[in-house]
Structures are given as structure tokens and as C-alpha cells.
Design a protein around this ligand. Structure first.
Ligand SMILES: [Zn+2]
Length: 67
């Protein structure tokens, strides 16, 4: 196996970091969930993200393909 750039950092880690730092504001009520995070789940070659707004309970979902 060839070593890749950024050893120790996977594509998933980078995506997770991206979502932890961006888009934490609920579009439904405008609450900024600064302590929250997007939960990520691997699903085949896809990552499903889910964020639950602690203020109004709105659930946002996103999927990103890893190909
Ligand atoms: Zn909300």
C-alpha cells in the first residue's frame, strides 16, 4: 500500500471537520448550535450527516458520496 499525503487524516475526517466548523445555524429557527456537531455515518461509499437542532428539534440531513 502506498502512503498517501496527509497520513493519519482520512477524507472522512476532513469532511467531519468541515461540517463541524461550517453551517451550524439552523435554517428553521436561526439558532446557532456552536456546541453541536453533525453526526456522520458511513454507508457504503456514502457519508450521511445528521444535525438535530437543540432549540426547535429540526433535523437536517446531508449525504456526501466518497467517490
Ligand atoms: Zn432550530
Amino acid at each position: 500500500m502506498a502512503a498517501e499525503r496527509g497520513a493519519g487524516t482520512t477524507a472522512l475526517d476532513r469532511l467531519r471537520t468541515h461540517y463541524d466548523n461550517v453551517d451550524m445555524t439552523c435554517p428553521e429557527c436561526g439558532y446557532e448550535d456552536t456546541d453541536g456537531s453533525w453526526r456522520s455515518e458511513m454507508s457504503g461509499n456514502r457519508v450521511d450527516y445528521q444535525h438535530l437542532c437543540p432549540s426547535c428539534g429540526a433535523i437536517r440531513r446531508r449525504s456526501i458520496r466518497l467517490d
